[in-house]
Design a protein around this ligand. Structure first.
Ligand code: NAP
Ligand code: MG
Length: 504
């Protein structure tokens, strides 16, 4: 399906020109060769709950539809879990925790995690297609990032399971028990891995709920968990609405709750469990500053800016949604950004050439559109590249705002969409002051040639992760988490494991 244009090719080839093609100028008129991914996602018409190692019908007898945001079609029916299912899941987890799983040595637990990782690798293409269909993110992202990173998290934590003495040197660690976990829709499979792998490596059992928008890969992972022979009840997966998540967080058998999602819902959950003695970790929203100094390699910085805000359509908690650019290079950076945006391909997420896929839902698209209106109304200047969007599905062109001030809503609130607010600064101190002028503190980026400046910025920026001359780089060994209203606790690395154990 043509996305950017249906015009015939006008882009000169390198050979015709005898020099590199002027890609940035002719980008929006590119010839378009669709390259659809053809792997079979192996979908079932209906997915049940996964409780006690079995797929079981929900007590409510009700199901909801999972939708493909790229074309608004139904993918499958998902079970609607409610209170009796949540209770059954915790009972199953309790049995596993007090029985086989609780008694199993770490080196044996590791084998299951390795198996899950390998099975995920075996079915990687199928998972990539299913995830793209359910979420709308480009296949090149699910294929090259989401699925391999999910497998990497299981591999990494499998490696820890028999080395837990090194998690807190000098102390002995013990599992907490059963953990209740709720995750969002932006990285559905990867968030499953972030939550389950450390919990299991440490010897806990889990009851977990994916988001209503993207429940599919969680239930496909349940198939892998079953095939891996994980003892029944160690992992229980419940689909259903936010209220089901609330029940998982509130259940008295949960020794710890782990939540990834919006700051707003995170606060509701924190209030609901206050005083219960449950351990808690919260991975919440963000409004990262991506800071470009005049001595930065600008072409690389532009790639980092584009990756920072348009990866996964900007639906990323650590997205570089505020560009802070040094005044002397501001015009040059904006000009380069515009040229770069003209060649981004917006459209069918299953097309291997697509750079920007669909927004996850109609609601989210409306939310993002609301921010575009707010930006214009408050006086910022909006720019979008020329691009033709598919007639069906939830699409938004990549969007830049210049003339943004710190008081604008688009500079303060998490938009969670492909929208970049560009702000200028003159001095290092002003950059730090502006970057930290937010309730959030999840991530930041710094682009400069000076090592000393990188050290100063990473010390003074109040963000859980600071990337230098790169952005959105992840590794299971590297802890991720927030300051301020971006949450507390860490996921990944030794620090992430500390959040799933008690010291004895
Ligand atoms: P959300 O509305 O907070 O939902 C997250 C999850 O919580 C979903 O599974 C949701 O279920 C569930 N939920 C809703 N209300 C609940 C309640 N009262 N009690 C328990 N669970 C409840 O967030 P989202 O819109 O899915 O995701 C976007 C947000 O997640 C952004 O703010 C983003 O920054 C944040 N995020 C943070 C990180 C991080 O690591 N810091 C990573 C990814 C995303 P339903 O889907 O059924 O509503
Ligand atoms: Mg969906």
């Amino acid at each position: 399906m043509p996305t950017l244009t249906d015009k015939k090719p006008v882009r000169p080839t390198n050979r015709a020109l005898g020099r590199p093609a002027p890609e940035l100028i002719f980008g929006d008129l590119w010839e378009y060769d669709p390259a659809p991914e053809t792997a079979d996602p192996k979908l079932k018409p209906r997915y049940e709950l996964f409780i006690g190692g079995k797929f079981v019908a929900p007590a409510s007898g009700k199901y909801f539809d999972s939708i493909n945001p790229a074309n608004e079609t139904k993918i499958a029916e998902m079970a609607l879990g409610s209170a009796p299912d949540v209770d059954a899941a915790y009972r199953a987890a309790q049995k596993a925790q007090e029985g086989v799983w609780g008694k199993m040595p770490g080196k044996e637990r590791a084998k299951y995690l390795y198996r899950i990782a390998r099975l995920l690798q075996d079915r990687a293409r199928e998972f990539a297609v299913a995830e793209t269909m359910d979420n709308g993110k480009p296949i090149k992202e699910t294929r090259d990032f989401d699925v391999p990173m999910a497998a990497a998290h299981f591999f990494y934590h499998a490696g820890w399971a028999d080395k837990l003495d090194y998690v807190a040197p000098g102390r002995r660690v013990a599992p907490l028990g059963i953990v209740g976990q709720v995750i969002p829709w932006n990285f559905p499979l990867l968030m499953m891995a972030w939550k389950l792998a450390p919990a299991l490596a440490m010897g806990n059992c889990a009851v977990i709920k994916p988001a209503t928008n993207t429940p599919l890969s969680a239930l496909k992972l349940a198939e892998i968990i079953q095939d891996a022979g994980l003892p029944p009840g160690v992992v229980n997966i419940l689909t259903g609405p936010g209220s089901t998540g609330g029940l998982i967080m509130a259940h008295p058998l949960a020794a710890k709750i782990a939540f990834t999602g919006s700051t707003e819902v995170g606060k509701v959950i924190m209030r609901s469990v206050a005083g219960t003695g449950k351990r808690m970790t919260m991975e919440l929203g963000g409004k990262a500053a991506n800071i470009v100094f005049d001595d930065a390699p600008l072409d690389q910085a532009v790639e980092g800016i584009v990756n920072g805000i348009f990866f996964n359509q900007g639906q990323v908690c650590c997205a570089g949604s505020r560009l802070l650019v040094h005044e002397p290079v501001a015009d040059a950076v904006v000009a380069k950004l515009r040229n770069r945006l003209r060649v981004l391909r917006v459209g069918d997420p299953l097309d291997k050439n697509t750079d920007v896929g669909a927004i996850v839902s109609r609601d989210q698209l409306e939310t993002v559109r609301g921010y575009l209106d707010a930006g214009v109304k408050e006086g910022a200047k909006m720019w979008q590249p020329p691009c033709r969007l598919p007639a069906k599905g939830f699409y938004m062109p990549p969007t830049l705002f210049t003339g943004v001030t710190q008081s604008h809503r688009i500079a303060r609130e998490e938009i969670f969409g492909p929208v970049l607010a560009i702000i200028t600064f003159r001095t290092v101190d002003e950059a730090i002051e502006k970057a930290n002028n937010t309730e959030y503190g999840l991530s930041a980026g710094v682009w400069t040639d000076k090592g000393s400046r990188i050290l100063k910025m990473s010390t003074e920026l109040k963000a859980g992760v600071v990337w230098a001359n790169t952005f959105n780089k992840f590794d299971p060994a590297s802890p991720f988490g927030g300051y301020k209203e971006s949450g507390f606790g860490r996921e990944g690395g030794r620090q992430g494991l500390l959040d799933y154990c008690k010291l004895v």
